[in-house]
Design a protein around this ligand. Structure first.
Ligand code: HEC
Length: 358
């Protein structure tokens, strides 16, 4: 019996030793990370980055104004940058990324183009000429400091590989499915990280304005990380924040002032305005309804700068929970039966706290 207990205790020690050993070797590996040519890993030292001019291809690209630039020398050398890959005929992920980055650009204000630079590079360079890219940027009302670039297909593929934003096997020239990730980084310190377009725009803005700048700007007491307080959201609200709020506001107090969510129509009241079946189908397959020239869809498409609402590949349950959230938020902001307010001057409509929706 005693023996048994002791051997079990030894067994535990052995397991612990193995775990500790594994952790230690992981740490050692991590320490050696800078020697691996993988830009998505943060570099150890601030000064010597392994990802300099001999790592990044200095390919020739053309921006939306027809100017020719070199990727390393002109676009990233010594700069804090955001880079993503798009194609303008994309009907799902790219408009979401563009809309999200547009919010980040608005939050950063005039720092964009001064100490933070935005680049969207086309992976369909044959169709995406500078003129097409310019029209795309104008439809999204993109501000200055953000370049849309095209170039040679082979060069761009090479660049995607170097940035770790290329999925092998998927991209065979016909299938334009591409990696969702954006990459943000500071070339001189060698800090590069992937970001998701579903990320809160305040967080991406904070990385660009503070983290990646090594906090070199004296704190003004105001931080981009000061995103409004967040309460635990329902599933529908969470989906709305990550998939829809880059383009749609919900009510007059929801970020319309600085145009943070002005690409599509405001959605307060939409559950009352539209037939439920129409609404569900639209949220799930707007691209097909536009292709079928659904009259309501066409009228909205014309009104909203001909930016097609993307197909976000939501299933029935997800669409339903978003609709429930839209319904609840409409009821909250515009109760269908005004509550009886006796003896006070309180407004019947509760003040919105929707500013927390990103
Ligand atoms: C990239 C921007 C973008 C994203 C992301 C987006 N939409 Fe849209 N949405 C639009 C645009 C633009 C329109 C207007 C129609 C058009 O141009 O296709 C629209 C129209 C709509 C309408 C019709 C409004 C009406 O008056 O009937 C609804 C409803 C809607 N969107 C819901 C959603 C939901 C829900 C999501 C998230 C799952 C979402 N949208 C994500 C851009 C977007």
């Amino acid at each position: 019996m005693k023996n048994n207990v002791r051997s079990r205790a030894w067994g535990m020690h052995l397991v612990l030793a193995v775990v500790v050993g594994l952790l230690a070797s992981q740490l050692l590996l991590a320490k050696r990370a800078p020697s691996t040519p993988e830009p998505a890993v943060e570099a150890e030292s601030e000064s010597a980055t392994p990802w300099g001019g001999d790592y990044f291809p200095n390919i020739l690209l053309t921006n939306q104004d027809g100017q020719q630039v070199r990727f390393f020398d002109d676009l990233i050398k010594g700069k804090v940058v955001v880079i993503n890959f798009i194609f303008t005929s994309c009907s799902d992920s790219c408009p979401l990324e563009t809309a999200r980055l547009r919010q980040v650009q608005k939050l950063l204000g005039d720092r964009v183009g001064k100490d933070i630079f935005f680049y969207s590079i086309s992976i369909d360079p044959l169709s995406d000429t500078p003129e097409v890219l310019k029209a795309y940027a104008q439809r999204f009302q993109i501000g200055p400091g953000w370049q849309f670039l095209t170039g040679e297909f082979a060069d761009i593929t090479d660049l995607r590989k170097k940035l770790g934003l290329f999925i092998d096997g998927v991209d065979n020239g016909r299938n334009k499915d591409h990696n969702l990730s954006l990459i943000v980084g500071n070339q001189s310190t060698g800090r590069w990280m992937k970001a998701s377009p579903f990320e809160n725009p305040w967080i991406i803005a904070d990385q660009l304005a503070n983290t990646l700048q090594n906090w070199k700007q004296a704190s003004t007491g105001e931080s981009y990380a000061d995103a409004p307080e967040i309460r635990p959201p329902s599933n529908g609200e969470e989906l709305f924040r990550t998939r829809c709020a880059s383009c749609h506001s919900l009510g007059p107090l929801d970020g319309q002032g600085i145009g943070l969510r002005s690409i599509g129509p405001d959605l307060i009241g939409v559950t009352r305005l539209r037939d439920p079946a129409w609404l569900t189908r639209w949220i799930r397959e707007p691209d097909r309804m536009l292709a079928e020239k659904d009259p309501i869809a066409m009228e909205l498409f014309e009104r909203f700068n001909k930016i097609p609402m993307p197909n976000l590949r939501l299933d029935q349950a997800a669409a339903q929970s978003i609709i429930e959230f839209l319904h609840e938020e409409t009821e909250r902001q515009q109760p269908s039966v005004a509550p009886l307010v006796s003896g006070t001057d309180e407004p019947a409509i509760a003040p919105s706290n929707m500013s927390q929706v990103q």
